[in-house]
Design a binder for this molecule. Structure first.
Ligand code: GP9
Ligand code: MN
Length: 716
């Protein structure tokens, strides 16, 4: 009681009153963090950041009333700020219950295409404990009415306001640096909204998001159709017509994209201690049913996986900074693979990924792209040792996906996003195979990379065995690709050592050459496979695949060209404006000869060609940026393309929905399940994943959703 009286007395001064409001607001924010939101706190340091992150912005906001001398204004302003801030917190609590995500400014203002935000039905999401968000305000008002807290009418010195504001700013800077320490490039890359809330708090997230969407809106508002014409002029001229020999050879087949996380081309055929790192993929690479490319480059920027996905689905580039998925993906108009395949050839589409849906904003982007199904971490058991840093282990991802895959109508376009071969390449001992020993260099990243790549190879092999047994293989085209480098430039010298090369001779040129990733198109029904020397990159993926499927690309805006076409353009642009072509590699405008690996001595004629290439690289990157940043595709209506209404997409209860479709179609259903005489095919799947056979729930294990991204996140 004495203590309470003391607080009440202190609260009867203006500063004391603000401290009371601020402490109560801090307390309820923390309660929201732990009761309603899932921030995925991974270590004590993150716990500490979460505890302090509401302070700076609360002090900043509750410092505003200090600028008002008169108590008549001071107290109402203080309440207003506190109430508005509580409204923001509470709306997010309700929104989170429905969408497992935080409210963006465009959702609040009703601008968002993906979802309308809160509706009447959201009221159903209120909870009895929600009273904690409001009770403090009610109690404080009561205490004032009953004169337990007295109003302080003495005028305030304005300098106090300034002092409080500046301390809040300083505090925020400290908070931000702590966040960046744990999560480099936190704001630059915006992996996931939940990260910004975790490190900087809800207020900071809202302001940051508001500023970004204002910027996007400004850019879009200035957009004109003539800018679209410019883009179109370029892509029309650049179009490469299909090669008759390959056009439509995979018509009507399922398209199964296997995303090989952080997988570089040098792994193909690589032996360590006399053993192949990826024996199965090596076989596939050389198979007579595979069209493989040895000079295929990743072209991602800071958006890494999401940039690769964007290029694959749309044949437009990622952004010069940050991730297109995260920055524009919620509202942009896409004319992407799943929508095109559905509309032109009746394909069902699905993504299988054992990480949380909000990572890289996939939950929103996929809807705008027209993905019909998204099986994210919530569809899998990711507990205990079943998952690592970025989610469900690959062997389990494939194994546990069959029960969903088999109910989808064929032909389907599906994508499996693997995660185990991801920096820092952690793998549990139980998942390492006894007959493959990795290198023993001083660099554990390099040593472990071979182990996780080996594991990924086994996962793919198991999935292939299932595809063969279930009959899926012969009706499918399987496309495998590596999304980006796994070993960063800063570690390439250590890699060189592991590969028996001299690290002292390693140059920028070698770094660039190591940006090769696999691109293999395996069509088991074909016997005319090859390994091509043609140069290309991720931007070329979609036109190549479409032509194989027998779908013309002519009417779409795409920056890549079909790698099987005789007119294919072999100039490969990197996102930082470096480039390669079959003769040269340009790094920071230094031109290297691919023959010698040395700086090239160019004739006048060659100089002219190089200049032309450089111009084209800049042109295509900037046209792609203008297309995406200004959302120009909303003005473009290719023949027969029905625009996507993302609100019609919902990724809950996918299996039930698929079964309903099966039932409706009856004996016309083309799912694997129906084709198998309405019997499950899951028993055909054989995996040696130890996690299947035992159950462990070690709560100290790394939980998914909070990958520890440290030094490997630099981009080219
Ligand atoms: C996360 C996974 C990894 O879901 O796709 O993304 P990355 O860090 O490679 O961009
Ligand atoms: Mn990746």
């Amino acid at each position: 009681m004495k203590y309470v009286n003391k607080i009440l007395k202190k609260s009867s001064t203006r500063i004391g009153f603000l401290i009371l409001l601020a402490s109560l607001f801090w307390l309820k924010t923390i309660l929201a963090y732990f009761i309603d939101f899932k921030l995925g706190i991974q270590n004590p340091f993150q716990f500490f950041i979460v505890l302090i992150n509401p302070i700076a912005t609360t002090v900043l906001l509750l410092g505003i009333p200090l600028y008002f001398k008169k108590s008549r204004i001071f107290y109402p302003v203080a309440f207003l700020v506190d109430i508005l801030n509580t409204v923001l917190l509470y709306l997010n609590v309700i929104y989170y219950r429905e969408f497992t995500d935080y409210m963006t400014v465009s959702t609040m203002t009703g601008y968002s295409k993906v979802n309308q935000g809160l509706s009447g039905s959201s009221l159903a999401l209120t909870n009895i404990h929600d009273i904690i968000y409001w009770i403090d305000i009610i109690v404080v008002i009561g205490l004032i009415l009953f004169k337990k807290i007295k109003l302080d009418h003495r005028p305030l010195n304005k300098r106090i306001g300034l002092a409080v504001t500046s301390s809040a700013v300083l505090l925020f800077m400290v908070n931000l640096s702590l966040g960046e320490m744990d999560r480099p490039q936190l704001l630059g890359r915006t992996f996931d909204r939940s990260y910004i809330v975790k490190y900087l708090g809800l207020d900071a997230f809202t302001v940051y998001d508001g500023a970004k969407s204002q910027h996007n809106n400004d850019l879009r508002a200035t957009a004109t159709k003539s800018e679209l014409t410019k883009v179109q002029k370029y892509t029309n001229k650049h179009y490469a017509k299909p090669n008759k020999k390959y056009y439509g050879v995979a018509k009507g087949k399922n398209v199964i994209v296997l995303h090989l996380e952080s997988f570089q081309q040098f792994l193909i055929g690589q032996k360590i201690n006399g053993k192949e790192v990826t024996p199965f993929l090596n076989k596939l690479y050389k198979s007579k049913s595979t069209y493989a490319f040895r000079n295929f480059f990743h072209q991602v920027g800071q958006g890494k996986t999401s940039d690769a996905e964007n290029m694959l689905e749309t044949s437009t580039f990622g952004l010069p900074q940050g991730s297109l998925f995260a920055q524009l993906g919620s509202d942009n108009t896409f004319q992407a693979a799943p929508a095109i395949f559905k509309q032109r050839a009746g394909y069902t589409s699905a993504v299988f990924h054992g990480n949380i849906a909000s990572f890289w904003n996939r939950n929103n982007v996929y809807k705008n792209m027209g993905y019909q199904n998204f099986f994210d971490a919530s569809y899998y058991d990711t507990s205990g040792d079943r998952s690592l840093g970025y989610g469900l282990k690959d062997k389990l991802l494939f194994h546990d996906s069959i029960k969903y895959l088999q109910n989808l109508q064929q032909p389907f376009y599906v994508k499996f996003l693997t995660v185990t071969n991801h920096f820092p390449y952690d793998l549990d001992k139980e998942d390492t195979s006894t007959n493959f020993k990795t290198t023993t260099t001083d660099d554990d990243v390099v040593n472990n990379y071979f182990l996780t790549a080996h594991y990924l190879d086994q996962s793919i092999h198991e999935f292939y065995r299932y595809m063969k047994k279930s009959g899926l293989l012969k009706n499918s085209m399987i496309v495998l690709y590596g999304d980006h480098y796994g070993i960063s430039d800063s570690e390439n010298k250590n890699l060189a050592k592991a590969l028996g090369k001299d690290p002292s001779e390693w140059t920028d040129y070698n770094d660039a050459q190591f940006q090769r990733v696999p691109f293999m198109i395996n069509i088991p029904s074909r016997k005319d496979g090859f390994v091509s020397n043609k140069y290309g990159g991720e931007i070329d993926f979609l036109p190549t695949i479409m032509h194989l499927m027998g779908i013309s690309t002519k009417r779409y805006i795409q920056f890549g060209t079909d790698m099987l076409s005789k007119q294919h353009d072999q100039l490969v642009a990197f996102r930082n404006q470096d480039w390669v072509n079959p003769q040269y590699t340009s790094i920071d405008n230094n031109i290297y000869s691919n023959k010698t690996g040395e700086l090239a001595k160019l004739t006048k004629q060659q100089q002219k060609q190089v200049k032309k290439d450089k111009k084209q690289v800049n042109q295509e990157l900037s046209l792609s940026d203008s297309l995406n940043e200004k959302n120009l595709l909303r003005f473009y209506h290719p023949k027969g393309f029905e625009s996507i209404d993302p609100r019609k997409y919902n990724y809950a209860n996918e299996l039930q929905k698929a079964i309903k479709i099966e039932k409706r179609l009856g004996n016309k259903s083309t799912s694997l399940y129906s084709k198998n005489g309405n019997k499950s095919t899951t028993s055909l799947y054989k995996t040696n994943a130890p996690e299947i056979h035992h159950k462990t729930t070690d709560s100290n294990r790394i939980k998914i959703t909070n990958p520890d991204a440290t030094n490997n996140e630099s981009t080219r």
